[in-house]
Design a protein around this ligand. Structure first.
Ligand SMILES: [Zn+2]
Length: 310
């Protein structure tokens, strides 16, 4: 039995829950399931009672959902509108569930308005506050809520969700099913990754001039620097696996030719130095924000690492 199933079965539900997890981690799916459980006539999200039929169709009057709707914040007015309806009795006579997506985007005034109703809610009312980081919310709210963290999903579960995904996509999404579904359906991401892996390979397998081409690629794709750094690190990690007889742990399984070609020109020590250079560039950018300089230094260091330890 899950946490929510137990709470519904024992009738020991709290008034407010914070569901914390990154975008695409399944917060809304969890909240929807919980809402279905909480309002179901049989208390089990049976899928058949009148409440469940309405819940499935997204028209259950006892479940209210608000979100930032693409805006940067949720205003106090929106929260006041919601609160004005909290005192009404449930249409079906059971519980009422209020789901607030993007709760970390509630303005401080909106959170204060919400606080009053969370402190003393009418009986049968449950708030589900969905957020990426609860640290973005007022302590007064978080301290009155039960916090549930949506943890990353296992490789096996992810493979069930998107059976056609590869090892790279699994590693890349870091347990986030939403992200996995998104990148597997995104042809532009596939092309970007193909080009990035080629640009990285060129740096190691071609002469000095390749440094400029790879630098150009990094500069042109500055907007996607986080993706780029993840891709280069996974490539170098795989080269290291290849060099150290741990080939079964390779993530870029669909890029075996490229991993082999880099591996043939890079010693384990050179590879380690290249990884160090990438990690330092990543940290450096965070501190000083100078992307181009950090990238140039990184690429030169990668190239030099090769010369010394071939
Ligand atoms: Zn039901």
């Amino acid at each position: 039995m899950t946490f929510f199933e137990k709470a519904v079965a024992n009738d020991s539900l709290g008034h407010a829950y914070i569901i914390e997890g990154e975008t695409g981690s399944g917060k809304k799916t969890l909240a929807d399931y919980f809402a279905a459980l909480a309002v179901c006539a049989k208390g089990c999200a049976c899928g058949e009672c009148r409440q469940c039929v309405q819940t499935k169709a997204g028209v259950n009057p006892d479940i209210t959902v608000i979100s930032a709707e693409g805006k940067t914040s949720i205003s106090v007015d929106k929260v006041r509108d919601l609160i004005s309806t909290v005192a009404y009795r449930a249409v079906h006579g059971g519980r009422r569930v209020f789901i607030i997506q993007d709760a970390d985007l509630l303005t401080p005034q909106a959170q204060n308005a919400l606080l009053k109703v969370i402190e003393e809610p009418p009986a049968g009312v449950v708030f589900l506050l969905l957020c990426r980081q609860k640290s973005q919310m007022l302590r007064t709210i978080t301290s009155r809520s039960q916090v549930l963290k949506v943890s990353p999903l296992s490789k096996e579960v992810l493979k069930q969700i998107v059976p056609q995904c590869g090892e790279f996509e699994i590693a890349y999404c870091k347990g986030n099913a939403g992200k996995l579904m998104q990148i597997c359906a995104d042809d532009e991401f596939k092309t970007f990754r193909d080009d990035a892996v080629k640009a990285i390979a060129k740096l190691f397998t071609h002469g000095e001039d390749a440094l400029y081409d790879t630098a150009d690629f990094f500069e042109q794709n500055k907007e996607r620097k986080e993706d780029l750094f993840t891709i280069i690190l996974y490539v170098l990690r795989d080269v290291m696996c290849k060099k150290t007889m741990l080939a079964k742990y390779i993530i870029n399984t669909d890029k075996a030719d490229i991993i082999n070609s880099i591996s043939s020109v890079l010693s384990p020590v050179s590879c380690m130095r290249a990884i160090e250079a990438v990690l330092e560039a990543e940290r450096g950018m965070g501190k000083y924000g100078n992307y181009n300089m950090a990238v140039q230094t990184m690429l030169i260091r990668c190239k030099n690492a090769m010369k010394k330890h071939r």
